[in-house]
Structure formats: structure tokens, C-alpha cells
Design a protein. Structure first.
Length: 386
């Protein structure tokens, strides 16, 4: 098989890149390890930056998102019994869109007409540091090969693309957080019209949503916890303990239809390009979900790579793809910083001293009372410019 861009990974990065390239007549093949249904069964992100909304529109996949997505002009932050609001549109004139990653991925799959191969294994990226890269893989036990001009490594944190770059070239930076997030999806009305990020002396909690009848809640949990340790009743009782009393009182509980624990890490690999292999999204970087930046930073990578590949094929110049890694990493590191800062502000860390707790409280007081602090948070949350 031959294509122009071989895309490893059929998650949001690979599908969005594939759809944008397809709209410009650039041929792609997506290789996905799992099935479409499996990919769509994973409950992940819920908040889209305007940049991702614009890319979905440019990809011709924005109709349902515009119909069903919920515009949010701010978010609530609580600590102890205090709760205050950070107004995004007041400080940035931009909102965010609440629309689940599952739906983004579904819309991209529904739109995709170019070749997608599911249930692949033994994927190998070969000769990426030459002008004639190719990808080998097995499907149904039969070995296959795709010759291509470029390879987009969109295969997430556990994929093969990042490790194709030799250790002599690759530099990795990592911070593992001493806690996880226990997430629950429930067919209940959200406790509030906006998200609530809660810092409590028992740990972090987040009240989010997917639509007016579908809520998404998280509580910080121990890395030693497993989903089996948490009955629905235990989860709801703990969530209520971490919210201001009026919000806890208003919380509508119900059976969980999904329950999972995600570990939290900050991770960046440099460079994001090696020869004709380009890394996109979680294949290159991970953030703690506190700032809702994982999916959105995958989108900014896709924007830079799409523009570079479009310029290569349409104008015959390599400026865009040559600048990709440096350009993408400049934004990635700012997102890593914000996600680390917001996680440090909102969580309880096992090794926090009394002094650390007072500093955290002072930072929350400053954010509550200072417009410049709220403007800085809002700029990062709605998404830094591409
Ligand atoms: P993905 O991991 O989504 O997709 C990679 C795809 O590649 C997968 O479909 C995988 O099956 C496939 N693949 C892997 N190896 C392969 C191989 N060798 N060959 C072929 N295919 C292969 N972000 C937020 O903003 N908010 C959140 O609340 C949030 N929660 C998260 C919870 C969890 C448990 C995880 C893991 C991530 C969460 N994220 C969240 C981040 C998440 O949304 C990612 O940023 C987003 O999925 C990135 O998309 P991709 O880069 O496409 O990677
Ligand atoms: C979600 O709705 O899943 C969500 C929202 C905001 C975050 C993280 C997760 O910061």
C-alpha cells in the first residue's frame, strides 16, 4: 500500500489530522490498534478550547458539536466554604465548549472516508530518518506494509511512535503525581451550570458534565485505590464532603454508568520530530487533567503539523514541517506549566507541610481577590494562542 501520510493511532489526534489533510486532497491511512467501538468507549476529556472548536469546523465536523455542545463563559473554584467564579469572557473575550472527547472522536470517525485499518498489531515505523519511510504491521495475522512520504505518530502515551526515536536523540521530562483521579459518569443533572473545581482538606474534587442529563465527577484518590474500593455510595458521600455545603446539598446522585481511575503525570518528550516522523498529542506529552489541556494540546499539535504538511504539498516548501517541533513544544511547555500550577493549587499532597498549606491558601485568596490573577488563569484555561 502507498499513501502520502501514514497516521499511527485512531484517537482524536490521528483522526483530526487525517480529516484536515483529506479536506486538502492529501491522502492518509489511519492504523488503529483497537476497534472503533473500543476507542469510543473510553471516557476522557470534556472541555474544548476555541482552537479545537475552530479546527473541527475547518475539518467539516462541527455541526453536531455546535448543536449539542454547551458554551461556558466561566468556571467556579471552591476552597473550604468559599466559592468564587473566574469569568473567561470578561478577561479573554473567549468561552470554552463543553462537549465530550467521545463525541469529538465519534464525529471524526463518522466523517472519515479515507482508509482506516482497525485491530492492527506489531506496528513498526521504518526508515523514518530517510526520504522513503514505511510502516509495517499485522492485521488478522497477515503482515502488511505502507510506503509513505511522512508518518504522524498519534498513538498516545503507550504507542510505538515515541520509542521509534533513538534514545541518543530523545530527551524525556516527567513528573508523576502522588495521587490519581477517580471519575464517575452518571445520568443525573449537573450540580451546577458551570464546572466546580474544589480544593478541600480531604482532597480535590471536580464537578463537570457532558449534557443537562449527563454528569461527570472526579475526586482525588490514592494511587493504591482501585475502582472496586469505591461503591457509588462511598463516592457520592466523599464528593459531598469536598464541596461547599450548598453545592453538596444540591447534588443529585445516581448509579454510575462508568467509573475509572486515571493516574496523573506531566510528561514531555523532545524533539517531536525525527526525520519524517512527527509526534502529535499524547504520543509526545501528557498533562494532569486539572487544566483540561490534554485533548486541547493534541489539537494545537495537529494545527501546526497540518499547516506544515499542507504547505509542503501545496507550496513545495518545508518551512512549516521544519519548524514543527520547536513551534509545538513552545506551546506544550506553557500548557505543562499551567496544568502543573493548577494541580498544585487544587490538590492535597501527602508531603505538604503546614507552611505549604498556608501558601496554597494564600494563592487561592489571591486568585479570588485579584483581577490580574484571574485574567492570567482565564487566558491559560481558554487556551493560549496557536
Ligand atoms: P489517544 O491516547 O486518545 O489515542 C491514541 C490512539 O492510538 C488510541 O486509540 C490507541 O488505541 C491507538 N494506539 C496506541 N498504540 C498503537 C499502536 N501501536 N498502533 C496503532 N494504534 C495505536 N484530557 C483532558 O483534557 N481532560 C480529561 O479529563 C482527560 N482525562 C483523561 C483520562 C485518561 C484515563 C487518559 C488516559 C487521558 C485523559 N485525558 C484528558 C487526556 C486525553 O484526553 C488525551 O489528551 C487525548 O486522548 C489525546 O488524544 P491522542 O493524542 O489522540 O491520544
Ligand atoms: C471532564 O469533563 O471530563 C473534565 C473537565 C475539566 C477538566 C478535566 C476533566 O479539567
Amino acid at each position: 500500500m502507498k499513501t502520502q501520510v501514514a497516521i499511527i493511532g485512531g484517537g482524536p489526534s490521528g483522526l483530526l489530522l487525517g480529516q484536515l489533510l483529506h479536506k486538502r486532497g492529501i491522502d492518509t491511512v489511519v492504523l488503529e490498534r483497537k476497534t472503533r467501538d473500543y476507542v469510543l468507549s473510553r471516557i476522557r476529556a470534556g472541555v474544548l478550547e476555541q482552537g479545537l472548536v475552530d479546527l473541527m469546523e475547518e475539518a467539516g465536523c462541527g455541526d453536531r458539536m455546535q448543536r449539542e455542545g454547551i458554551r461556558h463563559d466561566g468556571t467556579l473554584i471552591s476552597y473550604g466554604d468559599q466559592m468564587f467564579r473566574v469569568d473567561f469572557t470578561e478577561h479573554t473575550s473567549r468561552p470554552v465548549m463543553v462537549y465530550g472527547q467521545t463525541e469529538v472522536t465519534r464525529d471524526l470517525y463518522d466523517a472519515r472516508t479515507a482508509k482506516t485499518v482497525f485491530n492492527v498489531d506489531q506496528v513498526r515505523i521504518c526508515d523514518a530518518d530517510t526520504d522513503a519511510p514505511y510502516v509495517t504491521y499485522n492485521v488478522d495475522g497477515a503482515p502488511q506494509r505502507i510506503d509513505c512520504d511522512f508518518v504522524a505518530g498519534c498513538d498516545g502515551f503507550h504507542g510505538v511512535s515515541r520509542n521509534t526515536i533513538p534514545l541518543s536523540v530523545r530527551r524525556e521530562y516527567e513528573k508523576v503525581y502522588p495521587f490519581g483521579w477517580l471519575g464517575v459518569l452518571s445520568e443525573t443533572p449537573p450540580v451546577n451550570e458551570e464546572l466546580i473545581y474544589a480544593n478541600s482538606d480531604r482532597g480535590f474534587a471536580l464537578c463537570s458534565m457532558r449534557n443537562p442529563q449527563l454528569s461527570r465527577y472526579y475526586i482525588q484518590c490514592s494511587l493504591a485505590d482501585s475502582v472496586a474500593d469505591w461503591t457509588d455510595d462511598a463516592f457520592w458521600a466523599e464528593l459531598k464532603r469536598r464541596l461547599p455545603p450548598d453545592q453538596a446539598q444540591a447534588l443529585v446522585t445516581g448509579p454510575s454508568i462508568e467509573k475509572s481511575i486515571a493516574p496523573l503525570r506531566s510528561f514531555v518528550t523532545e524533539p517531536m520530530r525525527w526525520g519524517r516522523l512527527f509526534l502529535c498529542g499524547d504520543a509526545a506529552h501528557i498533562v494532569p487533567p486539572t487544566g483540561a489541556k490534554g485533548l486541547n494540546t493534541a489539537a494545537s499539535d495537529v494545527h501546526y503539523l497540518y499547516q506544515g504538511l499542507r504547505q509542503y504539498y501545496e507550496d513545495g516548501v518545508t518551512d512549516g514541517i521544519d519548524a514543527y517541533s520547536e513551534q509545538a513544544l513552545a506551546r506544550v511547555w506553557k500548557v505543562e506549566r499551567f496544568s502543573w500550577w493548577f494541580s498544585s493549587l487544587m490538590h492535597r499532597y501527602p508531603d505538604q507541610s503546614e507552611f505549604d498549606l498556608r501558601i496554597q491558601r494564600a494563592e487561592l485568596e489571591f486568585l479570588r481577590s485579584n483581577a490580574a490573577a484571574q485574567a492570567a488563569m482565564a487566558q491559560n484555561y481558554v487556551g493560549l494562542p496557536y
